[in-house]
Ligand binder design. Structure first.
Ligand SMILES: Cc1cc2nc3c(=O)[nH]c(=O)nc-3n(C[C@H](O)[C@H](O)[C@H](O)COP(=O)(O)OP(=O)(O)OC[C@H]3O[C@@H](n4cnc5c(N)ncnc54)[C@H](O)[C@@H]3O)c2cc1C
Ligand code: SF4
Length: 502
């Protein structure tokens, strides 16, 4: 029985973020631990609704009211158990998820204050570590069946853990030098310090998962070899094909880069520093890329752009502008457009935005301006009107609105076009669809029998919570394909979409 008056007694409160001047001088996470008193107070706000709409917002089906009440009553061990029943990696989602569950919380109706679900989640996840570590689960007798998982992002790792816990022999193949997918070198440490990934990897290894890094499947090992060695294959290669803008004049200039090139280079430097190795931020071909002392322009309005902003400030940029094609969203939910409990279009202020930089909305780059030596010195932008006609996006520059912004470094964070075109696809006999993703049948198999797909590679660039949900569901399908005993939990099917009004 929850506290019936909790939400009347307490307002929604988040822990204070570390002060901006302090946090931009290091790469540590922005949020310090919240403290038990605040989290128990916030969990007390949950009403344990008869119909908990927060469940519908979350593709993992997290038992939110259950663990809120367990935290309220100080029952941390049971809360840890309840949270892990539906989510393999709550320390990732608790830190990084945009929290569709909070958008769907009943306390948010009419502009109210939803429960701080994600903050409660992260504190439970950290309590698991503080109270004895992430202990490996006992695994059953081996089934004698083996699975190859290609890609070590949250989708691949969630599937690997589920399958290992069902007794299958699992090998994760990762082409990068370290495991974790985008969480490792895509997402900066100020959002997710990497010890969280390492602790989980140690747990997976103790549960029997084998890891092979530096193996590019399709190049270093063929699909045929993988099929010969394993009884099933899960492709979880992400959606890492960055969208570009080759038609914009000046795109070829030095200093104009894909955002991911900048993020990966910066995150590798932080990783090297953690190991006591000095390193420079460089592109794969050795070209230096660093925002120090530069005027930086970031094109795009999502997670990737905000991460570039935080990185640029920590590297010591002279100034940063973030450009968005779309008009500034409203501060609060427009109920006519996005009624509760759907995910609303509102202005999202990431912690990186309070660290500085200017946001410019409803503009498009007309040209990257050459300094005469082949190096970018600015971007010429115009205000634009964006319309949808016959399902197509039409961008019209407004006459007389052009101006130039200084720029020595321009980062393209304008989205992803699905999974990369790479040899592995042809070798396994799977194709990219019109969105650049790989289709799955209702049982998560691709067009190739025994070859399954999950995460961004199937859904297109999405969220960690969806990657974990799809990894778990694909693991359940693989388990039954292999004739495993019983069933594994699966909350989503390949056709499942986020809550939407239309
Ligand atoms: C900069 C950035 C910030 C983000 N921030 C957030 C956030 O704050 N919150 C959130 O919820 N989501 C965020 N996302 C999205 C989130 O990271 C992804 O949705 C999620 O990581 C997808 O997981 P995945 O396992 O499907 O793929 P990925 O994490 O992309 O992992 C795929 C892995 O497959 C490997 N691989 C590919 N091909 C091969 C091959 N041939 N052989 C071997 N290995 C291969 C890749 O190297 C990679 O490690 C962000 C994305 C980006 C780019
Ligand atoms: S919708 Fe909100 S108040 Fe209701 S059970 Fe879920 S978290 Fe608690």
């Amino acid at each position: 029985m929850p506290d019936p008056n909790g939400f009347l007694r307490y307002d929604r409160r988040l822990p204070a973020r570390r002060p901006v001047p302090v946090r931009i001088s290091d790469w540590r996470e922005v949020y310090p631990p919240a403290g038990e008193e605040l989290i128990r107070e916030q969990a007390t706000r949950c009403m344990d609704c008869g119909i908990p709409f927060c469940h519908d917002g979350c593709p993992l089906g997290n038992r939110i009211p259950d663990w809120n009440d367990l935290v309220r009553t100080g029952n941390w061990d049971a809360a840890v158990e309840s949270l892990h029943a539906t989510n393999n990696f709550p320390e990732f989602t608790g830190r990084l998820c945009p929290a569709p569950c909070e958008a769907a919380c009943v306390l948010g109706i009419g502009g109210g204050q939803p429960v701080t679900i994600k903050q409660v989640e992260v504190e439970i996840a950290d309590a698991a570590v503080a109270r004895g570590g992430l202990r490996p689960r006992p695994v059953p007798a081996p089934t004698g069946r083996s699975v190859a998982v290609v890609g070590s992002g949250p989708a691949g790792l969630a599937a690997a853990q589920q399958l290992a816990r069902a007794g299958h022999a699992v090998t994760v193949y990762e082409r990068d030098d370290a495991l974790g997918g985008l969480l490792r070198y895509g997402i900066p440490d100020f959002k997710l310090e990497k010890q969280h990934i390492d602790r989980r990897l140690a747990q997976l290894a103790a549960e029997g998962v084998q890891f092979r890094t530096g193996v590019d499947v399709g190049v270093d090992v063929t699909a045929e070899q993988l099929r010969a060695e394993h009884d099933a294959v899960l492709l979880a290669c992400g959606a890492l094909q960055g969208r570009d803008t080759p038609e914009t004049p000046g795109r070829q200039l030095r200093g104009v880069h894909q955002a991911m090139a900048h993020l990966v280079a910066a995150n590798r430097v932080v990783a090297a520093a953690g190991e006591g190795r000095p390193a420079l931020a460089v592109l794969p071909d050795g070209t230096p890329i660093d925002a120090a002392g530069k005027h930086v322009v970031i094109i795009g309005g999502g997670d990737t752009a905000a991460d570039c902003l935080g990185v640029a400030h920590r590297q010591g940029a002279a100034g940063v502008h973030q450009l968005d094609l779309y008009p500034e969203p409203p501060q609060a939910r427009d109920a006519a457009r996005d009624p509760w409990p759907t995910w609303p279009w509102v202005l999202r202020n990431y912690p990186a935005h309070e660290e500085g930089g200017g946001r410019v909305f409803a503009v498009a780059v007309q040209e990257f301006v050459d300094d005469g030596t082949g190096q970018v010195k600015g971007v010429r932008i115009a205000e634009v009107r964006v319309e949808k006609r016959d399902g197509r996006r039409i961008v019209t520059p407004l006459p007389g609105s052009e101006r130039e912004l200084p720029a020595d470094l321009v980062l393209l964070a304008i989205g992803f076009e699905g999974t990369e075109q790479q040899p592995l696809l042809e070798q396994f006999g799977v194709r990219r669809n019109s969105r650049g993703a790989v289709d799955a049948r209702p049982d998560w198999q691709t067009d190739a029998d025994g070859v399954f797909v999950a995460g961004d590679m199937h859904r297109g660039a999405s969220l960690i919570v969806w990657a974990i949900a799809e990894g778990r569901a694909a693991a359940a399908a693989i388990h039954s394909y292999l004739g495993g005993v019983g069933t594994l939990p699966a909350l989503v099917d390949p056709a499942r979409q986020p809550l939407a009004a239309r």
